[in-house]
Design a protein around this ligand. Structure first.
Ligand code: HEM
Length: 516
């Protein structure tokens, strides 16, 4: 499995806090790497030294969390993997696709800073020699790939990521995209492909008067702003209490990089990366009604790993077999856009699991990790310990002192939750330790669980402020240009993920669900 978390955490002002064996690969030439800044993590709240749970306790909690349970949410399942795509955009280290010999210190700093500018899609742009391979010969369109015939379905152009570089079978399989983590499972891979299509369609819809030399940059600006608008107005309110998102985007931040010059390069708070945004792990389903063929729950999560090149071998192929092309109508609800002909019956539709303290049991045994380290919940809790992350209680106090209004969970709420994980397998003293110093990820998931599956309080605030800062610090930025409005949706206030997909796939059922 391509590990999509950071292996090293260099926190500004503190240095390197955690590095697991075989940490992040150095991507620049050795001399350049020695000079280059690491990815810029920071600490939003207090240090949680002395407040971490024991290994045995974290193990018990991790086992309980990843034992399955919990129910579905109302959120269409596509948003789970949109979230993963967003995480990769935020944490993408652009130096991995730069040749790195003549990169200025300012560019390096930018390249290793969080932003919501789709650099995981664009790399360093068509003019950078290290990134030119992601583009068609015109240097404007992004490359797409062709699937391989399967189950009587012909190979189809434009339904797989581009592949085919290199000589060995593994190299040929590898997706030719800036961020290989977007081929870690088939759902995130097909999401990446939808964004490639979106860009290409935006290019094709530019007025003919836009000179050739400006077409790429113009399209990228249009794409990026629409993407940010969609995240702010569609994605965020689905995962967070809408009030929290609106407050931050209307009144500004109170806790994170308050008063930063908006064009300064942002940092990534470890409270977001190691806790809050790992909320996505609880949204993952065990099985999907993936398409007409892998239907009725036969789209197992395992198979979504197998039919990727990051965690599998594309089922023994060098390209995606046609019978695995996504049916986006089962992942997103096009009824929201009034497109009833793209709506599937409810029992065929996939909804994300509720955001809560439970993970599907498949995540207790991640492929490619040693057996005592392969439980994703345990890994998340352990990563937090490594960076001495603040606890839920510490973050409540911290945010309140910054003037954020929120209600602290009671011990009974942390203990009992609402149809989430039960703590029966913990000893009395382990339970007491958990209630006193609650790991932030667990605390945030309990908050969501008690709020019908939407982040609230501490979790909502951390997520909303981090997104706000990452959009503010991006080039271009809808936060810095508040008068900008979308032009590719139904009206100038509306641009949702379904609108993005409709535009990308030309509104056609034959493209959104090519298997029918
Ligand atoms: C099948 C899907 C997924 C798998 C197998 C997976 C697995 C992982 C693994 C193994 C890590 C590293 C754990 C560690 O050692 O610290 C990680 C980190 C992370 N994951 Fe996921 N994940 C998935 C989906 C998601 C989704 C849907 C989201 C968010 C919506 C998400 C957010 C994150 C974040 C924020 C990190 C930390 C990133 C960093 O360190 O920079 N993941 N995930």
């Amino acid at each position: 499995m391509d590990k999509h978390g950071s292996e090293s955490y260099f926190v500004i002002g503190e240095g390197l806090l955690a590095e697991s064996v075989g940490g992040r690969e150095r991507t620049l030439a050795p001399a350049a790497e020695d000079e280059a800044p690491p990815f810029r993590f920071s600490r939003m709240g207090p240090n949680g030294a002395q407040r971490q749970l024991t290994d045995a306790n974290r193990k018990r909690i991790g086992d309980a969390m990843a034992a399955g349970g919990g129910g579905s949410s109302q959120i269409p399942a596509g948003f789970t993997y949109l979230g993963q795509f967003v995480d990769h955009d935020l944490t993408f280290d652009k130096t991995s696709v730069m040749l790195g010999e003549h990169v200025s210190p300012a560019d390096l700093l930018q390249a290793r800073s969080p932003s919501l500018d789709l650099d995981s899609l664009y790399g360093a742009g068509p003019n950078e020699p290290g990134s030119a391979r992601f583009y068609e010969d015109d240097g404007i369109h992004l490359k797409m790939g062709k699937t391989v015939a399967a189950d009587g379905i012909a190979g189809k152009d434009g339904f797989d990521l581009p592949r085919g570089g290199g000589n060995t079978a593994a190299e040929k399989r590898k997706a030719i995209i800036p961020d290989p983590r977007n081929d870690e499972n088939l759902a995130v891979a097909q999401t990446h492909l939808a964004f490639i299509r979106f860009h290409n369609r935006v290019v094709d819809s530019l007025p003919a008067s836009v000179p050739i030399g400006q077409r790429f940059a113009r399209a990228r600006r249009v794409v990026t702003r629409h993407y940010q608008w969609m995240l702010r107005t569609d994605y965020l309110p689905r995962i967070c209490a809408a009030g929290a998102v609106n407050t931050v985007f209307t009144n500004g931040r109170k806790a994170f990089e308050v008063g930063a010059t908006s064009t300064d390069v942002p940092t990534m708070p470890i409270e977001f990366s190691v806790a809050a945004f790992r909320l996505g792990h609880s949204m993952i389903r065990r099985t999907y009604n993936w398409n007409r063929i892998f239907d009725d729950g036969f789209g197992f999560l395992d198979l979504l790993f197998s039919f990727s090149a990051g965690s599998g071998d594309l089922g023994g192929n060098q390209r995606l077999p046609s019978n695995w092309i996504a049916d986006f109508c089962r992942l997103y609800d096009f009824g929201e856009a009034g497109r009833d002909n793209l709506v599937v019956p409810e029992h065929k539709f996939n909804r994300a699991m509720r955001i809560d303290t439970t993970l599907v049991d498949r995540l207790a045994n991640l492929p490619g990790f040693p057996s005592d380290e392969d439980n994703l919940a345990f890994r998340n809790l352990t990563r937090a310990k490594m960076v001495r992350l603040a606890t839920g209680q510490q973050m409540v106090t911290f945010l309140k002192n910054k003037g954020v209004t929120l209600t602290k969970l009671t011990n009974a709420q942390i203990r009992d939750g609402s149809n989430g994980v039960t703590l029966d397998t913990l000893t009395q003293s382990q339970r007491e330790a958990l209630l006193k110093d609650t790991p932030l990820w667990f605390y945030i998931l309990r908050e969501a669980e008690l709020n019908a599956g939407k982040l609230k309080g501490v979790g909502a605030r951390i997520v909303a402020e981090t997104f706000h800062r990452a959009i503010e610090g991006s080039q271009p930025s809808i936060v810095r240009d508040p008068t900008w409005r979308p032009s590719l949706g139904p009206d100038d206030e509306t641009f949702r993920m379904v609108d993005l997909l409709l535009f990308a796939f030309e509104g056609k059922k034959t493209l959104l669900a090519p298997l029918g």
